[in-house]
Write a protein that binds this ligand. Structure first.
Ligand SMILES: NC(=O)c1ccc[n+]([C@@H]2O[C@H](COP(=O)([O-])OP(=O)(O)OC[C@H]3O[C@@H](n4cnc5c(N)ncnc54)[C@H](OP(=O)(O)O)[C@@H]3O)[C@@H](O)[C@H]2O)c1
Length: 341
């Protein structure tokens, strides 16, 4: 192991004890600081966000369950302070990185995290720690989804949960690439905030006549591709409204319900439902391609791909942060700062 500073034997971390969604299943505990081996780096964590994927993970609804007890947190940023003996890890030593947690072991809600070197992207000076902590999950997904739309030659797209951090990135990317888009939100104040961003087609799913208006707009704009993050009946509503031959890409399940579709749409109108997972999309790219992609999107992080931050909290306040975040998710991200905000 090579290190740039003394590595303590123990650290403070948030530890999950049961996949039951109860806040008292999360405790701040002292854990050993793991030592990196070949291909691994130890990141001294600066900040880590609470994302919908973390909420799903805590409840056991996410696509991956790690052996318990475990430190949650799928992404964050920090400095690589110790590495195993291989060229990629050595290249990262001392660098500030955005990092993703391993699929089987402890995550980012801790003072230190051990992860693979290929789950780290070096950060440029243009990206501060707040935005760096949220660089991987949402910016890369927004980029990937809009890239899919462009590669498929979509004339227009529909997106749900459009006032989310990721949804707003899609709003800005669509404007940037001159791609027509219909944005669906669930509250009027969210609709207003998207209109203020210059989005012309914003619909509130709770408004009277929503389905008819959506149908009319998707046909007028020829919107045959949807990015859907709510699941449940929302998937069925959106697919129903779109022209024959449309595709719905399901990439989230904010309603925590099974994805619904009207069989008439699938059978007689050739409409399709696909899933999207960033991890899969990235696994189709080499490490070098991923580093290049990280470099390509970082200049856009302060503008098109930025996320709003609501608050930064120490490890001890994770319970309150989760509660406040879940009550009003579009109000901005809560960041966990283990060494103090
Ligand atoms: N598949 C992938 O690889 C991948 C990668 C990244 C993100 N995602 C998904 O992308 C989505 C957005 O993530 P984010 O971090 O940008 O979210 P976020 O900023 O936390 O915002 C969540 C948004 O969803 C709304 N919402 C919550 N529950 C809802 C429901 N039942 N029906 C309709 N709207 C609801 C919230 O509205 P309120 O303000 O009213 O609460 C808020 O506007 C999530 O589903 C996440 O899992 C998927």
């Amino acid at each position: 192991m090579r290190a740039i500073e003394p590595i303590p034997d123990t650290m403070r971390a948030i530890v999950l004890h049961a996949y039951d969604g109860a806040l008292d299943s999360l405790r701040v505990e002292t854990r050993p600081v793991p030592r990196p081996e070949r291909g691994q780096v130890l990141v001294k964590m600066s900040m880590a966000p609470i994302n919908p994927s973390d909420l799903m993970f805590l409840k056991g609804f996410y696509g991956i369950r790690k052996p318990l007890p475990v430190v949650p947190g799928w992404e964050g940023c920090g400095r690589v302070v110790a590495v195993g003996d291989d060229w990629m890890s050595r290249w990262l030593l001392g660098k500030r990185v955005a990092c993703a947690s391993p699929n089987k072991t402890d995550g980012t809600w801790a003072e230190y995290m051990l992860t693979s070197a290929n789950r780290c992207l070096p950060l440029s000076d243009a990206v501060d720690d707040e935005q760096g902590a949220m660089l991987i999950v949402n910016p890369l997904t927004a980029w990937a989804l809009v890239d899919i739309a462009r590669k498929r030659g979509a004339r227009a797209v529909v997106q749900t949960a459009a006032a989310s951090a990721l949804g707003k990135m899609i709003v800005r990317l669509c404007q940037h690439f001159k791609l027509e888009a219909i944005h669906i939100v669930r509250r009027e104040e969210q609709a207003e905030s998207l209109r203020q961003m210059g989005a012309p087609h914003v619909l509130n799913s709770q408004a009277e006549g929503f389905e008819q208006t959506l149908r009319k707009l998707t046909h007028e704009l020829d919107a045959r591709l949807a990015f859907e993050a709510v699941s449940g009946m929302t998937s069925a509503q959106v697919l129903r409204a779109m022209p024959a031959g449309s595709t719905l890409i399901l990439y989230g399940a904010l309603s925590e319900s099974a994805c619904m579709a009207d069989p008439r749409d699938l059978i007689f109108e050739r409409k399709r439902v696909e899933g999207f997972w960033l991890a899969d999309w990235l696994s189709g790219r080499s490490v070098l391609q991923q580093v290049r992609l990280g470099r390509q999107i970082q200049p856009l992080v302060p503008t098109l791909l930025r996320s709003e931050v609501r608050a930064k909290v120490p490890l001890e306040q994770v319970g309150e942060a989760i509660q406040h975040y879940a009550e009003k998710m579009s109000a901005g991200k809560w960041l966990i700062a283990p060494w103090g905000a």
